[in-house]
Design a protein around this ligand. Structure first.
Ligand code: NI
Length: 137
């Protein structure tokens, strides 16, 4: 475990009460862990915005009956084969498929991939969730 440093924070009472209510709803039992998570989240966003390596998941739901859609989604993913680590497909019901694509690469390329998948006719929902490779955190 990394060295732990303790430090004090000056904050308006009103703002701290809001923060405590917010983290209480999220299930945190202490402020330190909530603040650490906020810092990590900011670092992930910064790394993403700076265009360094990003890790994430693209989750999409699409119409199983849309003609040639499955082939098209696969073709697009093949084009980005260097960025796609893994794909999982679930047949949600008779009409809908759920696919989760785990990606790692340059953020601009990952966003481009997500946008191309989202733009396909028959894709009902597509969201990109970014996270960290865990390095330097
Ligand atoms: Ni399916």
């Amino acid at each position: 475990m990394a060295d732990i440093t303790r430090f004090g924070i000056s904050i308006e009472k009103n703002l701290l009460e809001k923060f405590d209510r917010l983290i209480g709803k999220k299930g945190y039992t202490n402020r330190s862990e909530a603040i650490r998570d906020q810092i990590r989240e900011a670092l992930v966003r910064k790394s993403w915005l700076e265009g360094k390596e990003g890790v994430g998941t693209i989750t999409m739901v699409y119409n199983h009956h849309q003609r040639e859609l499955t082939e098209k989604l696969t073709d697009i993913q093949h084009h980005y084969y260097r960025d796609v680590l893994s794909t999982q497909h679930v047949h949600l019901d008779h009409d809908n498929c759920l696919e989760v694509v785990i990606v790692k690469g340059r953020p601009s390329r990952i966003e481009e991939l997500a946008n191309r998948l989202r733009a396909c006719r028959g894709v009902k929902h597509c969201s990109l969730s970014i996270t960290s490779s865990g390095k330097g955190m």
